[in-house]
Each structure stands twice: as C-alpha cells, then as structure tokens.
Design a protein around this ligand. Structure first.
Ligand code: NAI
Length: 326
C-alpha cells in the first residue's frame, strides 16, 4: 500500500480524507511541512501539503532524496512552492476548484457582519446591552461592488452581489463574458466601489495590489474584503488608513504574515505581530482564520480530488491538475 505523509493535519482534514480513502496509508502529522520536518516523509511516495507549508528548495531536495515523487497540494493556490526548484524532482498536483461558493459565501458573510456590526451586536446582547449606538451600517442594495479577479470564486461572488441588487465593476486582465458586469481599469474600480473584494491569485503583479496609493483612491467609507491571499494587501498601509479614517473597514480571512498564527489556537501565547494585534483591536476590522473554504462540500471535494490526483499519477494517466515547475 502506497504511503502519503500528510502535513499540517487538522481533525477536519483527517475526517474528510479517512471517509473516502480506501487505497492508501495516510500518515497524519500535525507539524507543518518545512525544512525541519521534511524528513518525516521517509518511506512515502507522496506528500500532502497545504497553504502555509514551506515548500522551498531545501524541502524539495530533502523530499526528492527520500524518494518522494509527488506533492499533493490540498488547495488551489501554490504561491508557497519554489516552483523552479521542483523541476525534474517532484510532480506537483493541486485541487484547482472545490466549491467556489464556499469562499464567495464567506466573503459576503464577512461583509454583512462588518457592515451591520453583527459581531459587536452579538457581544453586546450576550451582556444584555441592547443599545444600538455605533451599530449603523449601509444598504448594499444600489451600491457598487468592485471585484478584482473574475475567475470561479469571483464569478460566484458576483452572482451573490447581484442578488443584493448591487452594481458590479470588475478588474481582470483576462475578462470573462459576464452579464451585468462592467470591466474597468483597477484605479477606476478603487474610486467607484463601496465594497472591494479580492479574488485574484497572489502573483508578482498582484502582490500589494491594495497599497497606500490604491487606498488613497478609494471612498472613505469603502469596505475591503480579502478571502484570497494575505500579501494582496499591504497591511501596514491598511492599518494606517484605518487609523486616519481614510477607509471604512476591512474583512480579512487571510493575512500576509498568517503563517504559524492562522489555523492555530494562540490564545495562551503572546502574539508579537504588532500589525495583526492592532488590526484585531479595531472595531471596523473583522478577521477570520483562513476559513473561507471550510464547508462540508469543499472538504469532501478537496479529499476526492487530492486522492484522485494520486490515483492518476500512479496509473500513468494524464495529470490535468499538474502545476508545472518552471
Ligand atoms: P481562478 O483561477 O478561477 O480565478 C482567478 C482570476 O484572477 C482569473 O480570472 C485571473 O484571470 C484573475 N487574475 C490573474 N491575475 C490578475 C491580476 N493581476 N489582477 C486581477 N485579476 C487577476 O481562481 P479561484 O478559484 O477563483 O480562486 C481565486 C483565489 O482565491 C485563489 O488564487 C486563492 O488565492 C484564493 N482562495 C482562498 C481560499 C480561502 O479559504 N480563503 C480558498 C480557495 C482559494
């Protein structure tokens, strides 16, 4: 039976993979994949990794030395892999899509919670404080949503925004033909949008797409939601804009320095990331821990496609979900 070393394993991963796995021995490690832990993959043909694992040249060389042939990413993004180092050493397979609705619905959930101050209201009423002071939001109906990246998740989010009666602006270098969507240059999107939602991948071009200049173009009341990748936003610029009231608020499911903090219980520790600590404390910031994907349907889809990718590799089939090392 072929073995898979499964890094950064959480109880919900184990449950979803064990439910459908019939063919492989999966060895679950709580540790993230990084240079210090890569040797745990000894004896395994495949390694299964996630968004915050460190898959640099050192890790790739160690895995290749140990005889690991395949890296099964149980996610869509692969910005944490040094692709150039993997050439001729590791096959990389990923899960390009697993319920775009999960992420799009979470993005809208965050906007509603942030705009209508639902977390604050919840905390108040738990303490029998039924005051409404400070809880005013705005109607989404008739407002403008600016969507950056109109792929699978961006399009699912657009459909939700249409349901709210919003005008839709979009920016994507590869526009799709979507009814009721006006593609504009990114600066125009920043200027005109009431909510701005990021659904593009993290690349050299998109890193810090939301920076000081971008924020300065936005409406002072604009809400930014990021369910994509943390480094799309310059967090220090965001914090400074929040402090100066140059922006209405931010809903963040991802954070540029999330690695080692997100997905973990840090409640007993001192988190030394000053920017994150300040963002957490702002009343107009809502943070979730990279949980936008976390639905039953998405977890099932991730497990199915990840194991199917390994089946395809072992049986010499065409690898449609391969990430080519460049
Ligand atoms: P997709 O590949 O279907 O769509 C991405 C879109 O971004 C494409 O239309 C592409 O043309 C566009 N794009 C590329 N470069 C761009 C640029 N410079 N500016 C604007 N748009 C650009 O990907 P999908 O499935 O919609 O996922 C989007 C992102 O969501 C992923 O890259 C990933 O980072 C993130 N994600 C987050 C999850 C979470 O749990 N928070 C879960 C799954 C994905």
């Amino acid at each position: 039976m072929e073995k898979i070393a499964f890094f950064d394993a959480k109880p919900y991963d184990k449950e979803s993979f064990d439910k459908i796995n019939k063919k492989y021995e999966i060895i679950y490690y709580e540790s993230r994949l990084r240079p210090e832990s890569a040797r745990l993959a000894e004896g395994c043909k495949a390694v299964c990794a996630f968004v915050n694992d460190v898959i640099n040249a050192k890790v790739i060389d160690t895995l290749a030395e140990l005889g690991v042939e395949v890296l099964l990413m149980r996610c869509a993004g692969f910005n944490n892999i040094t692709l150039s180092a993997a050439k001729d050493k590791l096959k990389i397979l990923r899960v390009p899509a697993y319920s775009p609705y999960a992420v799009a619905e979470h993005a809208m959930g965050m906007i509603l919670a942030l705009n209508r101050k639902i977390p604050r209201a919840y905390i108040r009423t738990r303490d029998f404080n039924f005051s409404l002071v400070g809880l005013t939001g705005f109607d989404l109906h008739g407002k403008t949503a600016g969507i950056i990246g109109t792929g699978k998740i961006g399009q699912a989010f657009i459909e939700i925004c249409k349901g709210f009666g919003m005008e839709i602006l979009a920016y994507d270098p590869y526009p799709a033909d979507i009814e009721g969507v006006q593609y504009v240059e990114v600066d125009e999107l920043f200027k005109r949008s009431d909510i701005i939602s990021l659904h593009c991948p993290l690349t050299r071009e998109t890193r810090y797409i939301i920076d000081e200049n971008a924020i300065n173009l936005m409406k002072k009341t604009a809400l930014i939601v990021n369910t994509s990748r943390g480094q799309l936003i310059d967090s220090e610029a965001l914090l400074s804009a929040l402090n100066d009231k140059r922006i209405g608020g931010a809903a963040l499911d991802v954070y540029e320095e999330e690695s080692g903090i997100f997905f973990e219980d840090n409640s007993d520790k001192i988190v030394t990331d000053e920017v994150l600590s300040m963002l957490v404390n702002r009343p107009n910031v809502l943070i979730t821990s990279h949980q936008a994907f976390l639905t039953e349907e998405a977890l099932r889809g991730i497990a199915e496609v990840t194991l199917q990718n390994f089946d395809d590799y072992l049986s010499g089939k065409e690898l449609k979900n391969e990430v080519k090392a460049q």
